[in-house]
Design a protein around this ligand. Structure first.
Ligand SMILES: Nc1ncnc2c1ncn2[C@@H]1O[C@H](COP(=O)(O)OP(=O)(O)OP(=O)(O)O)[C@@H](O)[C@H]1O
Ligand SMILES: [Mg+2]
Length: 307
């Protein structure tokens, strides 16, 4: 089966900066895929190349088998992109913006689908409001709507929930999950790792323009062994005997890593011996955020390449 997205040996230079450094990536039809990485890792650059908005310095990208340069129109028609930056025409209303966007794809009668999108993104009250009068979160909803007007089989969302309230976040994910169930391929970038963990099947982690991890969410998390204990103590000092287990100390909470649950007894004994009182105790399971932090620290060798 033709992959939804196929990226081969993509390099991108901005002057001396190598923003992408030999990216190879295949995303299958029907996947809910997360593209993660710290600020400046190259996520938006890669998305712009896939969307045909930026030219790669070398390498190629295809959407549903269509080369994004040689077959730009076909590739673009297969793809809906929710951009990270808010860009819009202030003089159109929400509905006009969506009708205009439909026209751009040569779709004449699109009111039924536009109504559906407006409903799912909770924009009905604002359908006849000019774009310039919308709040930031509302504008972002319109960007999502715009990406969906031509029912693209592949949808890329570049930080769609930045600055968006809880209610829309939930409504948006319900809608996007439904699109995914209906066969649409979804690619998501986000700095909210719990969102990626809850929604996505597979993840690519990008660092300094290179993919440092490409794995299923389940495997990534299950590769982190053991449990975490989160403690608030009085006095707020970890007894020396436990310092080897410590992985963080933040805002009065100590997090310890243990391999087996039975080690909890030793932790309790060490606290008792030090006459340290437990104010709070939680057992945490490893999550994607922990994997991310670990990987980003362990991939320190991959520095940005400048010439
Ligand atoms: N048009 C441009 N001209 C010069 N440098 C650029 C340009 N666009 C991006 N860059 C640089 O390329 C690198 C990758 O940027 P990119 O926007 O792809 O990162 P990102 O992973 O999307 O980050 P964020 O999480 O902050 O959105 C950064 O160092 C950025 O400064
Ligand atoms: Mg970005």
């Amino acid at each position: 089966m033709t992959p939804a997205i196929e990226v081969r040996q993509v390099y991108k230079r901005f002057g001396a900066l190598h923003a992408l450094h030999g990216i190879d990536l295949e995303i299958n039809t029907g996947e809910f895929f997360a593209l993660l990485g710290p600020n400046g890792a190259g996520k938006t650059t890669l998305i712009n190349i896939i969307a045909g908005l930026t030219l790669a310095s070398s390498g190629s990208a295809r959407v549903k088998g269509h080369d994004v340069v040689a077959e730009y129109r076909e590739a673009r028609r297969m793809l809906g992109v929710v951009p990270q930056e808010l860009v819009f025409d202030p003089f159109f209303t929400v509905r006009e913006t969506l009708l205009f966007q439909s026209g751009y794809y040569g779709i004449k009668k699109n009111n039924g689908w536009i109504d559906e999108i407006i409903h799912h993104l909770d924009l009905a009250d604002k359908a006849d409001t000019n774009m310039r009068s919308l709040s930031g979160g509302m504008k972002r909803r319109v960007l999502v709507a715009q990406a969906l007007v031509h029912k693209p089989p592949v949808i890329i969302l570049d930080e769609p929930t930045a600055g968006v309230d809880v209610e829309l976040r939930q409504a948006l994910w319900r809608f996007i999950k439904q699109l995914n169930r209906n066969g649409h391929t979804i690619v998501l970038t986000t700095h909210y790792l719990e969102e990626a963990e809850a929604l996505c099947n597979r993840v690519a982690m990008l660092k300094n323009g290179s993919i440092v991890v490409l794995e299923s969410v389940r495997n990534l998390i299950s590769n982190i062994s053991g449990h975490r204990i989160r403690l608030r103590l009085s006095p707020d000092t970890l007894p020396t005997a436990l310092q080897l287990l410590a992985i963080s100390h933040d805002q009065g909470y100590h997090v310890l890593a243990i391999e087996e649950c039975c080690q909890l007894e030793n932790v309790m004994a060490a606290l008792r011996a030090a006459q340290t009182q437990i104010l709070e105790l939680q057992i945490l399971q490893p999550d994607l955020e922990e994997v991310f932090v670990k990987i980003m620290h362990s991939a320190e060798n991959l520095k940005p390449v400048s010439v």
